[in-house]
Design a protein around this ligand. Structure first.
Ligand code: DGL
Length: 289
């Protein structure tokens, strides 16, 4: 737990950017919803890919990463932070809100809407080990999962495939078949994509589970929540232009910018995010990209 005093950001203004981050590229699925709903906002995105996946890390390790990234985004002028990661939200949102004065929006698997949408009362949840083992997830099930049968499935290895940009490879498909099999065996008619990476393999999941199963994620709901918080805090950007979007990654993979651009679906300005852990060799390596 961080015991230092809360950091008050400089006086935020409506023209400041929104800071969004994830363990890696997954949160770009949320960023798309934010841009769709709020096209004139300037957006900053940090992919903490060097430290992905978060799903098998301890809450203390994840908190340390979240603080490093939050400091970075605040230094870049972010007016609000969006934790575009279910695992990081479960591990760190309370500590972040305790420490920082700016609004912080997190996310959690869509158990409530899935339970409401399910016709046969069987809901499958795909998420990381960290999310499924968290106290927040237990509380979510307690609140919204009581009247349905919930089948949970951790998906080790899937985030790594998506980080490499393998959104339709045979290996990714084989993993998805294995993870969806128990959900289908239980007869789930609704499946929650409880990790922000998974919308990038929605097509593969759809092929595996078939057209009768509903797939639910929270990207659009999070974007609405961001808009509401900006309105409440008088920080909604004015004007009708299209806001600039900047990406940072600390991945040393040569194709990291290409993976980001491909998932974003448009050209992307990607810079290197040095956080005191990377050595200069990494930066030189990356600078040549
Ligand atoms: N994208 C993340 C989530 O929403 C985390 C995945 C990971 O790093 O394990 O849970």
């Amino acid at each position: 737990m961080n015991l230092s005093k809360p950091i008050a950001s400089k006086k935020a203004t409506a023209s400041d950017p929104i800071g969004v981050f994830d363990s890696g590229v997954g949160g770009i699925s949320v960023l798309k919803h934010i841009q769709d709903l709020l096209p004139n906002e300037r957006l900053l995105y940090v992919a903490d890919s060097r430290y992905a996946p978060y799903g098998n890390k301890t809450p203390a390790e994840i908190q340390a990463r979240c603080f490093a990234i939050a400091d970075f985004l605040i230094a870049q002028g972010a007016k609000v932070l969006v934790v575009a990661c279910n695992t990081a939200t479960a591990a760190a949102i309370d500590a972040l809100r305790e420490h920082y004065a700016l609004p912080i929006i997190g996310m959690e698997p869509a158990v409530k809407s899935a339970a409401e949408a399910s016709k046969n009362g069987v809901v499958g949840i795909l998420a990381t080990v960290g999310t499924l083992q968290s106290a927040q997830f237990a509380a979510l099930l307690e609140s919204y999962g009581r009247n349905v049968e919930v089948v949970t499935q951790a998906c080790p290895g899937l985030v790594e495939c998506i980080e490499r940009g393998e959104v339709d490879s045979p290996a990714t498909r084989a993993l998805i078949e294995g993870f969806c099999a128990p959900l289908l065996a239980h007869g789930a008619d609704t499946v929650v994509l409880g990790c922000t990476h998974y919308p990038f393999v929605r097509d593969l999941i759809r092929e595996v589970v078939g057209n009768q199963v509903s797939l639910v994620d929270t990207g659009a709901a999070v974007a609405k929540q961001v808009k509401n918080r900006l309105i409440e805090t008088n920080l909604l950007a004015a004007g009708t232009g299209v806001g600039a979007v900047r990406f940072w990654t600390n991945s040393a993979a040569l194709n990291a910018p290409a993976v980001i651009a491909s998932l974003w679906g448009q050209s992307a300005k990607v810079d290197f995010f040095a956080d005191g852990v990377l050595n200069t060799t990494d930066q030189d390596f990356y600078a040549g990209v």
